[in-house]
Design a protein around this ligand. Sequence first.
Ligand SMILES: Cc1cc2nc3c(=O)[nH]c(=O)nc-3n(C[C@H](O)[C@H](O)[C@H](O)COP(=O)(O)O)c2cc1C
Length: 226
Amino acid sequence: MEPSSGRLPGLEATRPHMEPRASCPAAAPSVERQFRVLVGVTGSVAALKLPLLVSQLLDIPGLEVAVVTTERAKHFYSPQDIPVTLYSDADEWEMWKCRSDPVLHIDLRRWADLMLVAPLDANTLGKVASGICDNLLTCVIRAWDRGKPLLFCPAMNTAMWEHPLTSQQVGQLQAFGYIEIPCVAKKLVCGDQGLGAMAEVDTIVDKVKEVLSQHALSAGLNPGSL
Ligand SMILES: Cc1cc2nc3c(=O)[nH]c(=O)nc-3n(C[C@H](O)[C@H](O)[C@H](O)COP(=O)(O)O)c2cc1C
């Protein structure tokens, strides 16, 4: 899949071997630049809410958003409903042809001020907890700068949620310093009733605002617009 715009927003500034240019927004003083939120989306049915989530994030003044998707997540939304740059596995490999080319997962982890994985399905939860990085999203997370916030929103069937592996793996992510936005109980799309549904989009967006405003000053960003 082609990214929806030609380059990663602010990409040049993330590449240390390139000179900043006057026309590059990220060459401006850092207090004036936008917060950059990277949304990771995985193959849970809760990925149906990706368009709503992105739209509500874009309503926050001063926020720039990009999305990294797994292949399975693509089943649950239409790219034309996502009005920001959308990256998937093919982009990583199409972008890199020779030594001077960008390594997308590294550029993305440099670019973002905050990562939000919503929804985080059981498969990717297990991978991240054990360090597996076999696609663009898990490579970004494996390379994540743990000085920056990473928020995750588990979403899975109740039987998966109640399996003892889940609490172990969620605990492992918390031990890395990542912030859980807990799942909620409701009637799931599969018909089961119980815990495992992704937190409501409003809850997720409120938490992003809270964490960004806490993180802004230490990151040299202007929290005034949040
Ligand atoms: C219709 C459908 C809905 C699914 N919903 C979920 C879900 O909510 N949570 C989950 O953990 N897995 C769910 N799965 C299973 C994942 O899609 C599957 O584990 C997949 O391999 C995840 O890949 P990814 O982690 O690379 O996105 C669902 C599968 C299907 C077919």
